[in-house]
Design a protein around this ligand. Structure first.
Ligand SMILES: [Zn+2]
Length: 127
């Protein structure tokens, strides 16, 4: 996992959401919480890495959904445990990345998520 993603996920795990605001980061949540100070400091020190990670999220999610759709079709009864675990890990990661999209929109685009996909985004899931 890359550094920007690790920072975003750790911030999210303590209730801080981060979105790109032009060349800046907009942080929301309880920034006064005991664990927040260190997380906020790390994020500010790595602002450009975090910004690039946020900007790359929709592309990663589009690619990931394409991969998951194809892999899901191939996962039959003969699937190995390793293949099944890889699929599960990527499914979990996809869901975590989707949770980082702020404000909430479908990362896939105007047509929305692939209905064949084993996982869809929170935005399409709410419709
Ligand atoms: Zn969607």
């Amino acid at each position: 996992m890359d550094h920007g993603l690790a920072l975003l996920l750790s911030a999210r795990s303590i209730g801080i959401t981060i979105r790109a605001d032009g060349e800046n980061l907009a942080l929301r949540g309880n920034l006064e919480a005991p664990l927040a100070a260190g997380a906020v400091e790390a994020i500010k020190a790595n602002k450009h890495v975090v910004l690039n990670t946020i900007r790359a999220l929709p592309g990663r999610l589009r690619q990931g959904q394409t991969w998951l759709v194809a892999a899901h079709k191939q996962l039959g009864e003969g699937a190995s445990r390793a293949d099944t675990e890889t699929f599960g890990d990527r499914l979990d990661l996809w869901d975590k990345l989707d949770g980082l999209i702020v404000p909430r929109v479908c990362p896939i685009g105007p047509g929305g998520c692939d209905e064949q996909a084993p996982v869809i985004c929170r935005s399409c899931g709410e419709e």
